[in-house]
Write a protein that binds this ligand. Structure first.
Ligand code: SF4
Length: 403
């Protein structure tokens, strides 16, 4: 499919919307009421530190809702107002946050179900309104919805669209896109649908394996066993890595994306020499500012003396997991929760281990004066952060029973 031509024609369709519907002010008030927090504003004004009793809370200087997420949620709210009686669907969670998704369900926005690993679009009918989430949708999904005669409200973040444009450029120049991301993350699935040839690498270790293969060749079967699910159909490692370009899932660790970019630049330089580098390597900056700011703020926060760290965000949120990774690397006792309701009753927390399962930790808040670092992923409303902090204060204000 000529994805670029399809996208261009879709953008000109009268059934396609990627800006609001003129209800911005009402929606802003509604979102303010539902998601904002007086306590968080207070902590921001106090230079991100608040002490109550034995607890000092230190908030990261950048956390929570990014503008791309805020924009997507606002557009979904506007869609409900603009189409009050129509059936509205969303192709996936609008963002990776359970409370926001729940709120949309309450507004009668239905989610497309996944059956046997595939989304079941059979429920969507002509004239239905379908919202595409902040991290986008694959070009095949867009085409299917367009063919069905749906009204499409596209909330894809412009930063994500920028990556799509980048892989289109790689395709035009017959370069293979090397995408730093998770092959089954919705954003990367969408990005790869716009690419020509592509290979998805999860981390620096996988990138080093590929770089070594480019320079020295290797065992093709082993390569395909490693990347079989993370490359385009018919991908040939021995011929499809001669010309490459770099792209990324916008929520990956910024430092790692940069390292991967440099690694491949050096690899192609070594293989083809400086004169021919531009014929074999393309790189554009597609790291999202919001992800970068939240990660930088986290690095600053973990430099402080913290007894405990709490990271709030959806369990399938990539940017939240990366924040948790930073705390774990620094060996700070850190708890990833998706909402304040994971805390309690008493001094107990149910949390997700990094790359692991859910678990429960009793007595997670130490006795005596403590400093608690708090941050949240780009999909988390301030209200969830406030609720979490209030529960921490409540635990520490409970009298300790003497036996
Ligand atoms: S994290 Fe970045 S790319 Fe993702 S929605 Fe927010 S602004 Fe957009």
């Amino acid at each position: 499919m000529d994805t670029k031509a399809f996208k261009r024609s879709l953008h000109h369709s009268e059934n396609y919307f990627r800006k609001g519907f003129g209800h911005g002010d009402e929606v802003a008030d509604q979102m303010q009421t539902e998601y904002n927090s007086g306590l968080i504003q207070e902590i921001r004004a106090l230079n991100y530190t608040l002490t109550r009793g034995d607890v000092t809370i230190k908030l990261a200087e950048a956390f929570g809702f990014c503008w791309g997420v805020e924009r997507a949620v606002a557009m979904a709210y506007e869609t409900r107002q603009h189409f009050p009686t129509e059936q509205i669907w969303i192709t996936n969670e609008i963002i990776h946050n359970p409370s926001v998704n729940q709120r949309l369900k309450e507004m009668n926005v239905a989610f497309i179900e996944v059956k046997n690993g595939d989304k079941d679009f059979s429920v969507v009918g002509q004239g239905d309104v379908v919202i595409l989430p902040a991290f986008g949708a694959s070009v095949q999904e867009m085409q299917l919805l367009n063919d069905k005669g749906c009204t499409i409200v596209d909330t894809t973040c412009p930063w994500v669209s920028k990556v799509w444009n980048t892989v289109e450029k790689h395709k035009r120049k017959d370069h293979t896109s090397i995408i730093h991301g998770k092959y089954n993350h919705e954003e990367t699935v969408a990005t790869s649908s716009f690419a020509g040839k592509y290979l998805i690498v999860l981390n620096l270790e996988q990138a080093e394996y590929v770089a070594h293969y480019i320079l020295n060749g290797g065992n093709r079967d082993e390569f395909m066993a490693k990347f079989g699910r993370a490359c385009s159909a018919g991908f040939e490692p021995d011929t499809d890595l001669d010309r490459i370009g770099i792209a990324n899932q916008t929520t990956m660790l910024k430092g790692e994306t940069e390292q991967i970019g440099k690694l491949f630049e050096h690899t192609m330089l070594k293989k083809y020499g400086p004169q021919a580098l531009n014929d074999h390597f393309l790189s554009f900056n597609t790291i999202c500012d919001a992800t970068q700011e939240r990660q930088d703020a986290m690095f600053k926060l973990v430099d402080e003396k913290l007894d405990v760290m709490v990271v709030i965000g959806g369990y399938n949120s990539s940017n939240t997991t990366h924040l948790q990774e930073i705390a774990v690397e620094r060996e700070i006792p850190s708890y990833h929760i998706d909402s304040a309701s994971r805390i309690g009753p008493g001094n107990r927390i149910e949390h997700k281990l990094l790359h692991g399962d859910m678990t429960v930790t009793e007595n997670w808040l130490p006795a005596g004066p403590i400093v608690v670092g708090v941050t949240s992923g780009a999909s988390t409303p301030d209200r969830s952060v406030e609720d979490t902090i209030e529960r921490i204060f409540a635990i520490k204000s409970e009298p300790v029973l003497a036996y």
